[in-house]
Design a protein around this ligand. Sequence first.
Ligand code: AMP
Length: 496
Amino acid sequence: MNSSFQDFDDFSLDDDTLHEECGVFGILGHPDAAALTALGLHALQHRGQEAAGIVSYDGQQFRSERHMGLVGDHFTDPAMLEALSGQMAMGHVRYSTTGGTVLRNVQPLFAELAVGGIAIAHNGNFTNGLSMRRKLISDGAICQSTSDTEVVLHLIARSRAKTSSDRFIDAISQMEGGYSMIAMTRTKLIAARDPTGIRPLVMGELDGKPIFCSETCALDIIGAKFVRDVENGEVIICEVQPDGSISIDSRKPALQQKERLCLFEYVYFARPDSIVGGRNVYQTRKNMGFNLAKEAPVEADVVVPVPDGGTPAAIGFAQESGIPFELGIIRNHYVGRTFIEPTQQIRAFGVKLKHSANRAVISGKRVVLIDDSIVRGTTSVKIVQMLRDAGAKEVHIRVASPMIFYSDYYGIDTPDRDKLFANNHETLEDMCKFIGADSLQFLSIDGLYEAVGGEKRNNALPQFTDHQFTGDYPTRLLDKEHEDEFSKIELLAGNG
Ligand code: AMP
């Protein structure tokens, strides 16, 4: 295993607790397993740009490469891919804030256990990860990373179950929160989704060999077929049999619950060409724009998206309103996402690096500016100023999701509640004034539900999880409830 260990000094204790969004990919039984994993991770790069890792197994040894940076920075080296030999491989792309940016937290995590080697990769966050970790450490466990994913390795190690897959099930059954996970042993590739199915995970197939990945765009890049979504609460175990065939076993170890996929996958995270929960993400975003134009019409000359997130909704808004769509803001693609920058100061600077106004279509115009979401408000403030500087006569902001009042605890990077834009202003007018726009409107929660699922929110039994907007969390938040009891070092334990 190649990993480097750094001191606790690497962590900034002033940072918010860690929040990450990640992508996972795994394939079993293919001669090009590592190269296909690298391509799959490349397609999932939007889910995490800070680090990437691949583990393979060649029948004798597990091989691992984990690196800070983009997939393309490391996993295009033919010698490296060749060294990741074997017919099974899995990988992870990771996105984190300061505290988690160390190589030892980069996944897949690996351990040699009594049942043999096992690698795991996780997208999501365990809402009882800190509590479990504390218990394990007080029982004598030595944690190598600050990632909550490592807790699962410890629980697998301690399980009394006979097989590695039963041990895995035993371990995840003790975890709460949002998780889409992939695990790999010497003969098995295992995929699991939490009981409410908060984060996405799909099953595909290439040349008859099973694949699991976060989104269908990772199947498309390698010409693999989409088979189906991994269901909420489902564990799928693919195992190489002595005759070389692969068996596929689906289990539902948890109590059956209603699926509640996270609406933010549709609002912001998933790639527009992915099919998430059976829906084309681009179309759902366009629908958000249609509904926004119906709910909050405005007289204007041009509809301009904040690229890339706001683009599909802006197309929908333009089509519904009849106002021409223009690329009034040009995005520089050679910088990462705004949130990657760890401090507010650098983040604000990052917005300028990322966007510039296309004066020719802005000057003298009444602009409807469409963004997918407002989180801290950083982007909106900068962009409105940019449009005014470029000569916009009026700037009307239309946001293709509701106001965000609540933090996420399932693996999405949102700041603490007190840093959320919607919580820092009393009224819509105050928000609008702060941003410097002529008007500001957000899509309603029902408008969002209709855009994604075709019907209004079922308040008794919501079809999705929408906790960022409503505070209706689909699981208990054990660590959050006991937040005061954890030390700062413990709180830095990150997620997958
Ligand atoms: P903010 O500037 O803090 O209001 O963030 C809103 C902008 O960041 C929007 O343009 C979104 O496209 C994007 N965004 C929303 N949520 C996230 C997230 N969790 N991570 C990174 N970017 C995000």
